[in-house]
Design a protein around this ligand. Structure first.
Ligand code: ATP
Ligand SMILES: Nc1ccn([C@@H]2O[C@H](COP(=O)(O)O)[C@@H](O)[C@H]2O)c(=O)n1
Length: 224
């Protein structure tokens, strides 16, 4: 009797600007896998709260937005992810600095975390032939049994420089916002230390392609 081969799950966590989404997407593309950017769900909920004139620090307001989670569309194609909620395409809008500044309020709302995690687990369970899922608690909470679990990190100064390269503006402010979001998020989840069995990939001195290759190699070694 041959054992049934299940989909390969690659879980990647890390702090802001560590390269999770860009690296995870490239890894998925290289392996022909699906790609799940879990932060997009938190961002879409934050967008909905702000769209309604609310404040993400106000838990009842976040819980009201959570009632629309059923309308969240989150595609898992590495070539181009589409995000929509409550009938609005928010693919671009959720990347704004306004949403980045507000999203941690959603992340602190525990019922929101449980609800989105259920969605993520369903997406992961359905993914063929495999999926790369990235976020803050994928290796520890969402998919602790993933085939490959990576903590992707880089020195804070390097992460700030890379983010500044993306968004421009005032480098000091970019750094302050990135550090503030990490500080706030790390009160709810630990994405700065690797849990047992999680491999640390430190990209401080790696190029983008070297980082992608390091993770692709981990996957190929593990599942071949
Ligand atoms: N090893 C690397 N060398 C150079 N640039 C990199 C490397 N890894 C990622 N980058 C670049 O760093 C920037 C930040 O990456 P990305 O947006 O993927 O980070 P993130 O961890 O998803 O951030 P956030 O959690 O804030 O959404 C991007 O421009 C990306 O191309
Ligand atoms: N697994 C996750 C993923 C994200 N978050 C929260 O969402 C914010 C946005 O995430 P990005 O990866 O798109 O930057 C992030 O700052 C966290 O507040 C989370 O809690 N858990």
């Amino acid at each position: 009797m041959s054992a049934e081969r299940r989909a390969t799950v690659v879980a990647i966590d890390g702090p802001a600007g560590s390269g999770k989404s860009s690296v995870a997407r490239a890894v998925a593309r290289e392996l022909g896998f699906r790609f799940l950017d879990t932060g997009a769900a938190y961002r879409a909920l934050a967008w909905l709260v702000l769209e309604r004139g609310g404040d993400t620090d106000d838990e009842p307001t976040v819980l009201a937005a959570l009632e629309r989670l059923g309308t969240l569309e989150l595609t898992v194609e590495p070539a181009g992810q589409r995000v929509a909620i409550d009938g609005h395409d928010v693919t671009e809008a959720i990347r704004s600095e306004r949403i980045s500044a507000a999203v941690s309020g959603v992340a602190r709302t525990l019922p929101a975390r449980s609800a989105v995690n259920e969605r993520f687990r369903a997406i992961i369970a359905d993914a063929e032939p495999g999926i790369v899922a990235e976020g803050r608690d994928i290796t520890t909470v969402v998919a602790p049994d993933a085939d490959v679990r990576v903590l992707l990190t880089a020195d804070e100064a390097v992460r700030i420089r890379r983010r500044f390269g993306d968004v421009g503006g005032d480098e000091f402010q970019v750094g302050a916002r990135l550090a503030a979001r990490d500080a706030s998020d790390s009160k709810v989840i630990d994405f700065l230390t690797a849990a047992d069995g999680v491999t640390v990939v430190d990209s401080t001195d790696l190029t983008f392609d070297e980082t992608v290759d390091a993770i692709v190699r981990l996957v190929r070694d593990r599942v071949s």
